[in-house]
Design a protein around this ligand. Sequence first.
Ligand code: ADP
Length: 276
Amino acid sequence: LAKDGREKSLLVQLTPYGVKQFLIVTRDVTQVEKLETTRKDFVANVSHELRTPLTVLSGFLETLHDMPGDSLSAEQRESYHTLMMEQAHRMQAIVADLLTLSTLESSPSINGKPVRVAAVIRNALLQAKVLSSDQHVFVQNIDNKLCVLGIESELTSAISNLLSNAVSYTPKDGTITVSWYITETGTACYSVQDTGIGIASQDIPRLTERFYRVDRGRSRATGGTGLGLAITKHVAMRHHAELHIRSRFGAGSIFSVEFPASRVIVQAEDEGQKAA
Ligand code: ADP
């Protein structure tokens, strides 16, 4: 059987001299059907995700249209406006994440240039507003000389996704620890560990699926699009790295990205600047 859905044919000649010939054509459509199901699920998910904010938006617009000009107080008008803006921002975030994912998917791997991950982590900490969050944040083992071959902007967004998740799913006074270090085998790893709500083992394999959330309501309330970990996984794959997820329900999680030794470069702190 042709595994990729292509046809394979076999000509069977039953008698050496006779005219009886059969052409058997076989086709394994498993993969094709799987792709088709994934595509249909994806379209259904996107439609569902966009429909919710659109419904809220159009509801408010209709209400505003049907109300006589002076029947709403300034505060009511302001609160309608705020709620509509929230929904518009939600749609913008979903579309921006979808575009990021499709760009990442268009080329599965990259070479890139040396990126100083310690600097990326510092940027991501600012972007994800972790330092001003309600949790205790520790930054440890950050090796300034350790670089990986890659694309800085992608690495920043991957790390800030992990950081904002840690903030979203860790209660006040919990702890978030960020590390970046070389392992005994020469691979390099950044990890974001939290003492948050944790994830049940059956949910872990599905976390990087687009729009998969353990708790839909909670994710929406924190402004999540449900695409952050799908993006992080794609960024890791493009950098020949692996995303590892370990978690204990009710106790906390560790998300780490491990780069192979072949992509790791140790560079003195002023070396990149000299080259530039
Ligand atoms: P979201 O925008 O919903 O956060 P993600 O793709 O980033 O989307 O994450 C998918 C789901 O994984 C989240 O909805 C949440 O249920 C779970 N999750 C991610 N990070 C954590 C974490 N640090 N602790 C607990 N659950 C998490």
